[in-house]
Design a protein around this ligand. Structure first.
Ligand code: SAM
Length: 198
């Protein structure tokens, strides 16, 4: 059986999806906590992975949530959770002003530049040499899809360079505040709430 074998049984396909899709971890839990507290209106979760964060926001807040991911197995897993899961590269297919809340737990681990991005777990974890290679284009474009009064909830790890991410936030024209923060043995995770600077 190949990963994309259309004849694979549902149970087999679920097993494959779980092996190639990021499953909820501490970072997911922190983003979910912030999103359940802060989300409003129409919500997009970029890089939804298993769809667990998106599902929590939809169920606990009763909001309309779209979960997008580059990985088609992730979009399928999100749909199996009842989330509107779509395949998308960051924000590219979404129209201007489409969402009131955009959440993102990005791939953020700094990675050797010679690393080959040849499997889906690599795409889930690797933030390129700086750890910020997905965060930069996300921040450059997210203002476009935000409706007036919209907010962004962005998970940042100390491994990615907290001050460097704040510089990117500033350059993209956002004010920030910390929603939740938790320290673990190897990193501190923070969820920032971003709003367009007045
Ligand atoms: C750290 S995981 C987070 C998964 C999930 N949101 C969670 O918190 O459990 C990052 C996710 O971003 C997705 N991703 C990586 N590059 C992407 C891109 N260019 N566009 C959209 N999603 C991407 C990965 O496939 C992965 O599911």
């Amino acid at each position: 059986m190949t990963e994309d074998d259309p004849d694979a049984g549902l149970a087999e396909r679920r097993g494959v999806d779980e092996a190639v899709v990021y499953q909820p971890a501490e970072d997911s839990g922190l983003l979910a906590e912030a999103a359940v507290a802060e989300a409003h209106g129409r919500v997009l979760e970029v890089g939804t992975g298993s769809g667990w964060v998106a599902q929590r926001v939809a169920e606990e807040r009763g909001l309309d949530v779209v979960g997008s991911d580059l990985n088609p197995h992730a979009a399928r897993q999100a749909r199996e959770r009842g989330v509107e899961g779509v395949v998308a590269d960051l924000l590219s297919p979404f129209r201007a002003d489409a969402f009131d809340t955009v959440c993102f737990n990005p791939p953020y681990l700094p990675t050797d530049p010679d690393n080959e991005w040849d499997d889906w777990m690599e795409h889930a974890l690797s933030g390129g040499e700086s750890g910020r290679e997905l965060i930069e284009p996300f921040l450059d474009d997210v203002g476009r899809v935000l409706a007036p009064g919209g907010v962004v909830l962005l998970l940042v790890s100390s491994l990615t360079g907290y001050d460097e991410v704040l510089d990117l936030v500033e350059d993209a024209g956002f004010d920030h505040e910390v929603v939740v923060e938790e320290s673990f043995p190897f990193e501190t995770l923070t969820v920032l709430r971003l709003e367009r600077r007045a």
